[in-house]
Design a protein around this ligand. Structure first.
Ligand code: CAA
Length: 379
């Protein structure tokens, strides 16, 4: 077993780390407060090839492996967690299902646009009353001549306000339960599509998270993704892939919290000496470091399994996502504790890390859902 990244992966890690420190960290506070979608940084990342890393080069992407993407998402999230999920959603939740299930013409039309971030992507599965149980969705799609007519709404859609290309799931045959769900590629300009209310989130505030509305939205028949009735499997397969990057995002935030806590513990003095000299502080730092490293190894393993071409990596992805989000929440809580009263103010970044982290245990499947998935693989 080789625990070393290869030379390309190391280069990506170094390059993205440097970019995150120079470009993302300095704007992270501002966009958290203003909720401004970070288009300027997205353009810069597109120039560096970071918006379409896994997209094959024939479609304008980098043709890279999923481990490289996970490494990049980790480093981006270390600098700015909002930007981390924007990058992940564009690739694993939007470009990836098109790569995997799209027709040649869908790939030609949409992948270069996503890889170059001329338009950004979003994934519309969740509804107001269908989050953990997406098979219970209410949005419908009915074939009418050359178009499907979509009606319904979606909630909590990352990138939703700014995206131009959406992977949307809708019921085409209610009788067939999850086998009656289909997936569509929807463009923002399609008639009947509208962006609804902004979701005023606790963290990840610059992600353009919103509601989407479909009011007799006309989607050309050729924008059906995969086959009619294949939507649930497309969603599950896509989420398996994407959970690896949410794990990577969680590791990135957790590492940022640990780095901040280490630095602060050397500067802050109590009772005449730096607090890092107290064993209770050292205990926190050591525990954080162990949990983060363990999570990172699970994330890298899930990505490596995916890269090895194994067809189902559901369990590995769920374990990575679960352990990384728990490690992240632990690390940010302890980092705030190391900072004491200052950690509870907006003067230091750990307060933002704390808010950004909670959703790791919720989106892309709650921790409870990950445990169900893991347990099912055992039983
Ligand atoms: N890959 C391929 N197929 C899969 C699969 C997978 N990972 N998981 C299930 N399936 C298949 C099953 O084999 C089964 O197929 P058959 O009918 O042919 O037998 C079918 O799908 C139904 O499977 P289940 O009976 O297991 O389905 P379920 O309704 O019990 O749900 C679940 C399973 C794991 C709970 C699933 O609903 C789930 O993961 N829920 C969480 C949803 C989620 O993660 N949402 C995230 C939204 S996106 C997001 O959050 C993005 C963001 O903001 C950034």
């Amino acid at each position: 077993m080789n625990f070393e990244l290869d030379s390309n992966q190391k280069l990506i890690q170094e390059m993205v780390r440097e970019f995150a420190v120079k470009e993302l960290e300095p704007t992270a506070v501002e966009i958290d407060q203003s909720r401004e979608f970070p288009w300027k940084n997205i353009r810069k990342m597109a120039e560096l090839g970071l918006m379409g890393m896994i997209v094959p080069d024939e479609y304008g992407g980098g043709g890279m492996d999923f481990l490289s993407l996970a490494i990049a998402v980790e480093e981006i999230s270390h600098g700015c967690a909002s930007t981390g999920v924007i990058v992940a959603v564009n690739q694993t939740l939007t470009a990836y299902p098109i790569m995997q299930f799209g027709t040649d013409s869908q790939k030609k039309k949409y992948l270069p646009v996503l890889a170059g971030a001329q338009k950004i992507g979003a994934f519309a599965l969740t509804e107001g009353s269908a989050g953990s149980d997406p098979a219970g969705m209410e949005t419908t799609a009915k074939l009418d001549g050359d178009h499907y007519i979509l009606n319904g709404s979606k909630r909590f859609i990352t990138n939703g306000e700014e995206a131009g290309i959406f992977i949307v799931f809708a019921v085409t045959d209610r009788e067939k339960a999850h086998k009656g769900i289909s997936a569509f590629i929807v463009e923002k300009e399609f008639p009947g599509f509208a962006v609804g209310q902004h979701e005023d989130l606790m963290g990840l505030r610059a992600t353009g998270n919103c509601e989407l509305m479909f009011d007799d939205c006309r989607v050309p028949k050729e924008n059906l993704l995969g086959e009619e009735g294949q939507g649930f499997k497309i969603a599950m397969n896509t989420i398996d892939t994407s959970r690896i990057d949410i794990g990577a995002q969680a590791v990135g935030i957790a590492q940022a919290a640990l780095d901040a806590a280490v630095k602060y513990s050397k500067e802050r003095k109590t009772f005449g000496k730096p607090i890092c000299e107290y064993q209770m502080i050292q205990d926190k730092l050591a525990e954080m470091a162990c949990r983060i490293d363990a999570a990172r190894l699970l994330v890298y393993r899930a990505a490596a399994v995916k890269d090895a071409g194994v067809s189902r990596y559901t369990k590995e992805a769920a374990m990575a996502k679960y352990m990384a989000s728990e490690a992240c929440m632990y690390a940010v809580r302890e980092a705030v504790q190391v900072y004491g009263g200052y950690g509870y103010t907006k003067d230091y970044p750990v307060e933002r890390f704390f808010r950004d982290s909670k959703v790791m245990e919720i989106y892309e499947g709650t921790s409870e859902i990950q445990k169900i998935v893991i347990a099912r693989s055992l039983l």
